[in-house]
Design a binder for this molecule. Structure first.
Ligand code: SAM
Length: 294
């Protein structure tokens, strides 16, 4: 069964009385070339465990299951379960997990796959894959990164504009807290930009697939990760203000503390957050006082 064919999607919809739920970001991919690029670009191999987010009717799941040792796919819409049972019937290495990815304990899911199913094998890796529901792209990414889910790669399709923000470099308009957060944890590269015409139903915006390779060592070494991200959030919280005013505006540090830290880090207090490299944010965060004991 060619799951990327609009005819197949229509037939499945009819057979199961399924209607797309717009609120769940259900835009199904109809371009087989993009599936291959996602699977090959991730480097998925036979020893790997793939955790897929949002299998839909199983299009990407099917491609991943042919390359991976095992696939566990998390789907929130239970109406898709009977469809997935039919479309993935030929694979004995796929498990559908019914649930909301934002509420699941992914560390526990990976541990149970290792213990009960033996994947990833010793030479394999955990790889996260998904054509993400766009309404929750950022919360999903932040969950994966903040919980330090033990994956080697995260290959995800998202709205092109969000991909642009993640890849953005200092000095550009798109550069912000999301760019810093993802680049701190991962090496970022773009696999492909995908036009809106190859989805059913067609979304309003184009998409892009990013490959995020988890860094063994973070992009910048900081004394305290929590303080680093508090400083980044403060800086971008009021991005049109100068650094000294933006960081002071967060209420966590006094103006004198911020001024002293900027001087110690040798950063001009009149610069704006969007011009700071990760390394400069790291220097500034390290120079700011630690949180006071309550
Ligand atoms: N993988 C399919 C494809 O490429 O055609 C479908 C991708 S579609 C953009 C996003 C999928 O994520 C839908 O199947 C939707 O039901 C599911 N989804 C939405 N919110 C979710 C959540 N919180 N947890 C898990 N899956 C979710």
């Amino acid at each position: 069964m060619d799951l990327t064919s609009p005819k197949t999607i229509r037939q499945l919809k009819e057979k199961y009385g399924f209607r797309f739920a717009k609120g769940l970001g259900q835009n199904f991919l109809t371009d087989p070339g993009v599936l291959d690029q996602m699977v090959e670009g991730s480097g998925i191999g036979g020893d790997d465990l793939v955790i897929e987010i949002g299998p839909g009717i199983g299009t990407l799941t099917d491609a991943a299951a042919s390359a991976a040792g095992r696939v566990a796919a998390i789907e929130v819409d239970d109406r898709l379960l009977p469809i997935l049972a039919e479309t993935l019937a030929d694979h004995d290495n796929v498990e559908i997990i019914s649930g909301d990815v934002l509420k699941l304990d992914l560390g526990e899911l990976i541990r149970s796959q290792e213990q009960d199913r033996g994947f990833p094998r010793e030479d394999g890796a955990v790889r996260i894959l998904g054509n993400l529901p766009y309404y929750i792209t950022t919360p999903i990414l932040m969950k994966l990164l903040e919980e330090e889910v033990p994956a080697r790669t995260i290959t995800v399709m998202m709205q092109k504009e969000v991909a642009d923000r993640i890849e953005a470099q200092p000095g550009s308009k798109a550069y912000g807290a999301l760019s810093v957060a993802v680049q701190y944890h991962c090496k970022v590269s773009r696999i492909v930009t995908v036009p809106k015409e190859v989805f059913m139903p067609r979304p309003k915006v184009d998409s892009a697939v990013l490959l995020l390779e988890m860094r063994d060592e973070k992009a910048v070494r900081v004394q305290d990760q929590e303080r680093f991200f508090a400083c980044v959030r403060a800086g971008f919280g009021q991005r049109r203000k100068t650094l000294i005013n933006a960081v002071t505006g967060s209420g966590r540090w006094t103006k004198e503390e911020v001024r002293a830290a900027l001087a110690a880090a040798e950063i001009d207090e009149n610069r704006r957050a969007e011009t700071l490299t990760l390394e400069e944010f790291g220097r500034l965060a390290d120079a700011l006082p630690a949180a006071k004991e309550a």
